[in-house]
Design a binder for this molecule. Structure first.
Ligand code: ZN
Length: 281
């Protein structure tokens, strides 16, 4: 009983009780480790201006978030992939390809606030807890990225699964919650929350053009998502109207033309048996 009571955490904004069996300190350590491992294979963008914009938007959101004191870090990765992720401990990365869909700062704020919300709601730790209970893996001090079974569970749980060929998307509930929290953060940071709806419409369009972007394979159907966002919009708009400094849509990005001739590196195939949920309705 005491164990379960201490394992319950209340999620801000959505006010939901969540079962988390992993101490925050360990979750943060794993997030940092996974971040370093992931960035090792990626080319960090040297575009000074876009990097400044990313830092600016990220900073504004974390300052109004429920965990402003985490060691937040924002990296821009040079790649046409439509992708972004955030890891426990506040380690965030956005791919330059995603900026095309973001189109402007408010679009980027939509992506960042959603990712930041996954971190603050501790969705990674919740999924690790569920997966470890399911697989009977040992928890607590012994979990590590060095153990292969645990590594797949951890990377999948942190939302990095697709990159490593593990199909383990966030649950529909996690996604809805990240949208709900993200929309409020975005508005409190001074970005017009209505742009979130337009961002998801653009994202949906981009999928239609060229198969699903990587980010989409871990995210639920757009119609469901847009309908959900609309139900949270009035609360976010109220926050936005009361914020001291409104940035509206912020700056519109001026991006070089997309390189289409470049060959995409081959992705690892999903590991059979590791997939636990399918999100497409
Ligand atoms: Zn998500």
């Amino acid at each position: 009983m005491v164990f379960l009571l201490t394992a319950c955490a209340t999620t801000p904004i959505s006010d939901r009780q969540a079962l988390i069996l992993i101490p925050l300190s360990q979750e943060i350590a794993l997030g940092k480790q996974a971040y370093q491992q992931t960035l090792k294979d990626q080319k960090v963008s040297e575009n000074t201006h876009l990097n400044q914009v990313l830092q600016r938007v990220g900073r504004r959101i974390v300052e109004v978030s429920d965990m402003p004191k985490l060691d937040w870090e924002f990296r821009l990765i040079e790649s046409e992939e439509k992708n972004a992720f955030a890891l426990p401990g506040g380690k965030v990365a956005v791919y330059t390809g995603m900026l095309r869909i973001c189109k402007n700062e408010a679009g980027l704020a939509t992506v960042l606030s959603h990712e930041i919300a996954h971190v603050i709601a501790r969705h990674g730790a919740q999924r690790m807890s569920q997966q470890m209970l399911l697989s009977g893996a040992m928890m607590g001090a012994s979990i590590s990225l060095r153990n292969n079974t645990q590594r797949n569970i951890i990377l999948g749980a942190l939302g990095l699964g697709v990159m490593y060929g593990i199909t383990l998307p966030f649950s529909r509930g996690d996604e809805g919650e990240a949208d709900q929290i993200g929309l409020v953060y975005m508005a409190k940071a001074g970005y017009d929350p209505e742009e979130a709806i337009r961002f998801w419409q653009r994202f949906s369009q981009a999928k239609g053009d060229k198969g699903p972007p990587e980010w989409a394979s871990t995210h639920p159907a757009d119609k469901t998502r847009i309908a959900g966002l609309k139900t949270y919009l009035s609360r976010a708009k109220y926050k936005y109207q009361n914020v001291k400094l409104q940035h509206g849509l912020g700056e519109t990005f001026n991006l070089p033309a997309e390189k289409t001739d470049k060959e995409e590196p081959e992705k690892p195939k999903p590991v059979p048996g590791v997939s636990v949920e399918a999100l497409t309705p």
